[in-house]
Design a protein around this ligand. Structure first.
Ligand code: HEC
Ligand code: HEC
Ligand code: HEC
Length: 449
């Protein structure tokens, strides 16, 4: 074997390793995403809205830290199904193995009780753990923009949380990904530590929105597509991304697939209550809304909206002509299975059964999220303002892959909607990926399985 060939093989192996890590970084697989009440005395929203005793010497800092825990959605990742809030142990599935989130409660032995502000800031700002680099499934690529004062406040708050003694299971990653120092390679390619840089040509409100969206909120981690090495493709910011078999839609000004038709008030209502006249937050966005955005104040939500409304539109896509047979069959499935809730002509009932005409979620170029929600069903995020969990039932057991493909093609191309046709293979692939026996989205709907 020539030396050149050996080199090539080594390079390919290294790239594969990095690709795997990148995917690990991008995959925000958090298991079933439905916020569930924990047996712990306090549910996450209760813990995050608890007043700070004014007698604490650093009460203002602790209060600020509590707010930043909401802004950073720490609870969604650092709380396992049914486990105590922030005690960790959630397995984040990646195609290569599972990474478990650590305990962030004040427990000295197993949590962050002994961490110093410098150690904590290094984790947030540089992705460096106390002993070794942290995997990019922890969104430090965004948290690096969190200010030192907010980082110190986060730690001050976490140190006031009820101590829970719990150590998450060891990660299950194959060689060489189990070697943490591999992360240095990923960081070299895709990560640059740095403070938030304000844009002086924009308003203070826009800059506050940019700080929240691009820092603690890490919204782009889901809403931006990923490149072949699994890092966010910053040439297509907020054009929509895929994670954990869901599609996080385009958030740009595109009027078909993005937020072009939403007002700032619509965005604020969605983030605050989980619903608005256009859409309802389900899938992975349900936890973001329940544990993060619904707990943010109105001024900050308006800032987030101002920033999002200023994103330039993604390019409009052209789609080939459709098969009229699929449209006819899809219309029949729609009348039978969907019209009882979403009504004829897809008009829906705003804030209860989302209107499907002019809906962006179902017109995404990538139909995977649509197939997912029809197969598995979906539940709207409960929030303090809108606590009732509305549910769409699962259709996996009622409709074939072809029927789901046809009804998808139909709703993507009716009532003014326009998007590429969906085929049965795409649905079959999602059905297999979901392994529906482990998903219980529809327990409230009377649809037992
Ligand atoms: C998208 C999921 C996700 C979110 C959101 C998230 N984390 Fe994490 N975090 C992780 C994962 C995964 C790890 C473990 C990484 C590893 O093992 O290398 C981690 C590790 C950490 C660590 C290192 C702890 C240790 O014992 O080494 C700290 C500190 C931390 N997170 C703080 C936070 C804070 C504060 C927030 C909210 C502002 C937050 N995280 C939000 C996924 C997340
Ligand atoms: C864990 C991944 C994830 C993160 C983080 C995330 N989102 Fe989302 N988001 C989604 C998914 C998935 C959907 C689609 C929800 C659905 O189908 O009901 C969505 C939907 C939305 C929508 C509605 C779009 C539409 O057309 O209906 C808005 C607005 C939105 N997200 C804003 C944000 C903002 C702002 C942030 C950061 C504070 C954020 N998201 C963070 C995954 C995410
Ligand atoms: C029992 C009532 C019910 C039936 C029947 C029903 N849905 Fe839904 N659907 C809902 C509810 C409630 C939501 C809101 C869930 C969420 O996204 O948070 C929803 C959400 C959706 C969405 C996402 C819209 C958005 O912007 O968030 C689509 C697309 C959709 N349904 C399509 C269908 C199709 C196709 C069918 C028939 C195969 C169907 N639905 C049948 C109740 C229903």
């Amino acid at each position: 074997m020539t030396r050149k060939l050996t080199l090539l093989i080594t390079a390919a192996a290294a790239a594969l390793g990095l690709a795997a890590l990148g995917v690990a970084g991008a995959a925000l697989s958090q298991g079933p995403m439905i916020p569930s009440a924990t047996p712990h005395a306090l549910t996450p929203p209760q813990l995050l809205t608890l007043p700070t005793p004014p007698s604490l010497p650093n009460a203002a800092q602790v209060e600020r830290g509590r707010y930043m825990v909401a802004a950073g959605d720490c609870v969604s990742c650092h709380t396992r199904e049914g486990g105590p809030t922030l005690a960790g142990g959630l397995g984040m599935n990646t195609p290569f193995g599972t990474i478990y989130t650590p305990n962030l409660t004040s427990d000295a032995a197993t949590g962050i009780g002994h961490w110093t502000p410098d150690q904590f800031y290094r984790a947030m700002h540089e992705g460096m753990g106390r002993h070794a680099p942290l995997y990019p499934a922890f969104p430090y690529a965004y948290f690096t923009h969190i200010s030192r004062a907010d980082s110190d406040a986060l730690l001050a708050y976490l140190k006031t949380t009820p101590a829970v003694s719990y150590t998450a299971p060891g990660n299950r990653l194959p060689f060489p990904l189990n070697i943490r120092f591999m992360v240095h390679g990923w960081n070299l390619l895709f990560f640059k530590a740095g403070d938030f840089q304000p844009d002086n040509t924009k308003s203070a409100q826009w800059n506050r929105g940019a700080y929240l969206v691009g820092g603690a909120g890490h919204c782009a981690q889901c809403h931006t597509p990923t490149n072949v090495l699994g890092a966010n493709d910053n040439k297509k910011p907020f054009h929509g991304g895929e994670l954990d078999n869901w599609v996080a839609p385009d958030l740009t000004a595109n009027t078909r697939t993005g937020l072009g038709a939403w007002t700032s008030a619509d965005i604020v209502e969605y983030l605050k209550t989980g619903r608005n006249g256009h859409a309802q937050a389900g899938g992975p966005m349900a936890e973001v809304v329940s544990y993060s955005t619904s707990l943010m104040n109105d001024a900050d939500l308006a800032a987030v909206a101002a920033y999002l409304k200023d994103l330039p539109a993604s390019p409009a896509a052209n789609h080939p002509a459709l098969d009229t047979g699929a449209m006819k069959r899809g219309a029949a499935v729609y009348s039978d299975a969907c019209a009882s809730c979403h009504l004829e002509k897809g008009v829906g009932q705003a804030r209860y059964f989302p209107p499907l005409a002019a809906d962006a979620v179902l017109q995404q170029d990538n139909p995977a999220g649509l197939a997912h929600l029809i197969l598995a069903g979906v539940r709207t995020a409960p929030t303090t303002t809108r606590p009732s969990p509305l549910t769409m039932p699962s259709f996996a057991w009622k409709l074939s892959d072809q029927e789901i493909a046809d009804v998808s093609t139909y709703i993507r191309n009716s009532w003014g909607n326009h998007a590429a046709a969906v085929n049965a293979q795409q649905v079959a692939k999602m059905r297999k990926a979901l392994d529906l026996r482990t998903i219980h989205y529809t327990v409230n709907s009377g649809d037992h399985f």
